[in-house]
Design a protein around this ligand. Structure first.
Ligand code: AMP
Ligand code: ZN
Length: 492
């Protein structure tokens, strides 16, 4: 199976390149995970769904994939800068709870949401706080190379020094001269030699509660360092794929390259893949601006952006209808169209599996169709093109089912085998599960109707019926309670 001519858009070269892993048959993939200080918004989910598609397809091709996605539970300061409060510590202070309670709560939330979207869990999900020792070792090593310096208990990476031997800016295409020109001059508050330097270790202020001992001070690691420590620990000094959202290219990924090259003297990553942003009203979805929507609010319909709820499967399908490197704007119209398309597709696959009436061959070349489906995915995981091909098959199936169009046994077998593979295994799209909320809604509506009928019976002095409704419901474990506000019910 692996014998596919997969090409991927490598952000490092800006070009599509043939995908040839460092060790044939094996893929090491690292994806930057969430900072667990708040609920993941739908934009975050798009990036994780994009890499889930990539993971699924690589596995489908037969690669043995080691997928590492971290949890950032320390070191990520406000505004992605080297100063200010730690995002998690800030939340803990506001909520008056332990930082690790914040971390636990939002990690569980993150897992629950991604499970609803049917994403596969990574093989390893390491945390920054679980790798403080590794991060301290990296800092010692970078200091030994003369590429970092210590000031007042903090350690900074020396970007200009590094750039004498290596190339800082090669991923983001930024030139060091422009960086120097564009960065604010230091205001005397900072210990940095140059504004473009970044923190490897920060000395903790007295009030900073998330702190660890180190040779330099009681403090905490810089945000970029954790990903270098965890990716190289689990995937080696050089590995195949590093992913994350486009917004992480600079400075986060640029700094990761610098740290890893300083220590190992070779590029850490062969293919840098970047997922593009989900936008709302044309603007990037982001926690900080309030321009975002939470997945649960879409699933329940409890939001002021859309007039109805959409299931996780529909939202996932909507996301996969755009290429992962394109910007995608979410809107009610787009979601409605995806919902229709999703149901049309699932229904056609269902209908086909039950239809076992064979005839001469209908005019649909299944072998050619399978090739086109693979060609779409081999072209940098082009899910919208794959979905367009799936709809070609849906069109044919609908002719067979509704217009008695001929279908041969071979055509039926190929479609019946390959459609679930592309839809479920590769795209990760499943039929909708009837959620508990949907069942609860039905129970509430049914009991409300019975209460109304009982009230009518009482108004008509038909006490036999009204008592029958009450007593029968009681037998089923539904207890009616009459009060000033009307009748309510409890379940045994
Ligand atoms: P964070 O928790 O802020 O570190 O973000 C987790 C992931 O979500 C990162 O890979 C970000 O690049 C990604 N991300 C943030 N906002 C969006 C967005 N609007 N669309 C797609 N991905 C996003
Ligand atoms: Zn990262």
């Amino acid at each position: 199976m692996i014998n596919h001519s997969l090409v991927v858009l490598n952000s490092l070269s800006g070009k599509k390149e043939p995908f040839e892993p460092l060790t044939p048959g094996y893929v090491g993939m690292y994806v930057c995970g969430p900072t667990v200080y708040s609920n993941v918004h739908l934009g975050n989910c798009r990036t994780f769904i994009s890499f889930d598609l990539i993971y699924r397809y690589l596995k489908h091709l037969g690669y043995k994939v080691r997928y590492v996605r971290n949890i950032t539970d320390a070191g990520h300061l406000e505004n992605d800068e080297d100063s200010g409060e730690d995002r998690i510590a800030k939340k803990a202070r506001i909520e008056k709870i332990e930082p690790m309670e914040v971390v636990q709560f939002y990690t569980v939330d993150f897992h629950q949401i991604l499970e609803k979207f049917n994403t596969l869990p990574p093989g390893i999900e390491p945390t920054a706080t679980g790798h403080i020792i590794e991060q301290i070792e990296l800092i010692k090593n970078i200091l030994d190379q003369g590429l970092a310096y210590e000031v007042n208990g903090s350690v900074y990476f020396d970007v200009l020094k590094y750039n004498e031997t290596y190339h800082y800016g090669k991923l983001s295409g930024r030139k060091i001269e422009e960086l120097i020109h564009n960065t604010r001059t230091l205001d005397g508050q900072s210990d940095k030699k140059n504004p473009q330097d970044f923190a490897l270790w920060k000395k903790a202020e007295t009030q900073h509660i998330m702190r660890w001992p180190s040779p330099w001070s009681d403090g905490f690691p810089g945000w970029h360092l954790e990903c270098t420590a965890m990716s190289t620990k689990y995937l080696g000094e050089s590995f195949d794929i590093h992913g994350g959202g486009m917004d992480l290219k600079f400075p986060h990924h640029e700094c990761e390259i610098a740290q890893a090259e300083a220590v190992n003297k070779k590029p850490p990553v062969k293919y840098w893949l970047h997922a593009n942003m989900l936008t709302l009203n044309g603007k990037k979805m982001a926690k900080s601006t309030g321009n975002n929507i939470l997945p649960m609010d879409i699933f329940t319909g409890n939001n002021d952006k859309f007039s109805k709820p959409y299931s996780p499967q529909v939202v996932r399908f909507f996301m996969l209808q755009a290429h992962y490197t394109s910007i995608l704007d979410i809107s009610q119209d787009a979601l409605d169209a995806s919902e229709k398309g999703y149901h049309r597709m699932i229904e056609a696959v269902n209908n086909l599996s039950k239809h076992k009436v064979f005839d001469s061959s209908g005019d649909f070349d299944t072998d050619q169709w399978i090739k086109k489906c693979y060609a779409a995915m081999d072209d940098d995981f082009n899910s919208p093109l794959l979905i367009a091909q799936l709809f070609e098959a849906v069109k044919f199936i609908n002719l067979v089912i509704h217009k008695a169009h001929p279908i041969s046994e071979h055509q039926w077998e190929m479609l019946n085998k390959m459609l679930p593979i592309f839809i479920h295994d590769v795209l990760g799209i499943e039929p909708e599960k009837k959620s508990n909320t949907a069942t609860e809604d039905k129970l509430n509506q049914t009991v409300a109707l019975l209460i109304e009928l009982r009230n009518k019976a009482r108004e008509n002095k038909d006490f036999q019926t009204s008592d029958q409704i009450r007593d029968q419901l009681k037998k089923y474990g539904v207890q009616l309670k009459d009060g000033k506000e009307g009748t309510s019910f409890t379940l045994d």
